[in-house]
Design a protein around this ligand. Structure first.
Ligand SMILES: Nc1nc2c(ncn2[C@@H]2O[C@H](COP(=O)(O)OP(=O)(O)O)[C@@H](O)[C@H]2O)c(=O)[nH]1
Ligand SMILES: [Mg+2]
Length: 250
C-alpha cells in the first residue's frame, strides 16, 4: 500500500495523510441467530435479552483505528426482520464488500440454513471489479457460544468441533469461523479484524496493480487527510462520532 504519510509529512506542519477506508459489511443468517445483538454489542457495547424486530434495513457504523496510518469505517448492515420473508431488498446487497454469516449454536436449523445463505450471497453480490470481482469475503459466526461451551453437542453446532468447522468453512468458501457471543462479548472484535484484514489485503493488491486508485473507490475506500498522531492519539474527522446508527429505506 502506498504510504501517504511519507509523501506529506513535514516537521513544520506535522501534517500527513491518514488513509480512511469504508467497507460495507452484510450481517446475514436466520432470524433469532443474534445478528442485531452482535451489531449492537460490537458497535455500542450493549446487549438486551429481548431485541425487538424492526422491519427495514438498518446499518450501524464502527470506526476502527487500524494502525498509525489507517482508519477503517465499517458499515454493518442488519437485515432487520427481512430474513423472515426470504427476500432481501436490492439496496441491502448493493456495493457490499464483505459479510458476516451468523448461526445460533443452540439451533440446528439455523446451521442447516448457512449453506443457503452463503449460496444466496454468492448469487446476488460480487466484489467490485477493482477488488477482483470474486465472492464477498465472508466470516462464519457460531453465535451464542456462551450457551454451548462445555456441552458435548455432537455436530457442527458446537464451536468445540473445531476440526469439523474448519473443514466446513474450507468447503463452503468461508474465510474463517469464530465462536462468538454477543451476550458476553466474545470474539466479535477478532472476527471483524479477520474480515477487515482480508479486505485491506485486497485493497492493497488492487492499489499495487493500479486497478484501484484508492480515492476513487466510492463505498469501497476513501482517503481523507488528517492530522498526524499526537501523544499517541489519532485525530481524524472529529465531527463524526465513533459509532452511530442510521436507517435506510429501499
Ligand atoms: N445467550 C445468548 N443469547 C443471545 C446471543 N445473541 C443473541 N441472543 C439472544 O437471541 C435472541 C435473538 O437475537 P437477535 O439479535 O434479535 O437475533 P436476529 O434475529 O438474528 O437479529 C435475543 O433474545 C437475544 O437476546 C448470545 O450470544 N448469547
Ligand atoms: Mg434482528
Amino acid at each position: 500500500m502506498s504510504s501517504p504519510g511519507e509523501d506529506t509529512a513535514s516537521d513544520e506542519s506535522n501534517t500527513r495523510l491518514i488513509t480512511q477506508y469504508m467497507f460495507k459489511i452484510l450481517v446475514i443468517g436466520d432470524a433469532g441467530a443474534g445478528k442485531t445483538s452482535i451489531i449492537k454489542r460490537y458497535v455500542s457495547d450493549e446487549f438486551a435479552n429481548h431485541c425487538k424486530t424492526t422491519i427495514g434495513v438498518d446499518f450501524a457504523v464502527k470506526v476502527i483505528p487500524w494502525d498509525d496510518d489507517t482508519i477503517v469505517r465499517l458499515q454493518l448492515w442488519d437485515i432487520a426482520g427481512q430474513e423472515r420473508y426470504g427476500c432481501l431488498t436490492r439496496v441491502y446487497y448493493k456495493e457490499a464488500t464483505g459479510a458476516l454469516l451468523v448461526y445460533d449454536t443452540t439451533n440446528r436449523s439455523s446451521f442447516s440454513a448457512v449453506e443457503k445463505w452463503k449460496q444466496d450471497l454468492d448469487d446476488k453480490v460480487r466484489l467490485p471489479e477493482t477488488l477482483g470481482g470474486g465472492p464477498l469475503p465472508t466470516v462464519l459466526l457460531a453465535n451464542k457460544s456462551d450457551l454451548t461451551e462445555g456441552t458435548h453437542q455432537d455436530n457442527c453446532l458446537s464451536p468445540t468441533t473445531t476440526q469439523r468447522l474448519d473443514e466446513y468453512c474450507e468447503s463452503q468458501g468461508f474465510l474463517a469461523w469464530f465462536a462468538t457471543s454477543a451476550k458476553v462479548n466474545r470474539n466479535l472484535d477478532e472476527a471483524a479484524r479477520c474480515l477487515v484484514g482480508k479486505l485491506l489485503d485486497l485493497v492493497q493488491e488492487a492499489e499495487q496493480t493500479g486497478a484501484l486508485p484508492a480515492a476513487a473507490l466510492v463505498d469501497g475506500a476513501t482517503k481523507s487527510p488528517g492530522k498526524g498522531p499526537q501523544s499517541g492519539e489519532i485525530q481524524v474527522d472529529n465531527s463524526s462520532p465513533d459509532t452511530y446508527y442510521s436507517r435506510c429505506c429501499g
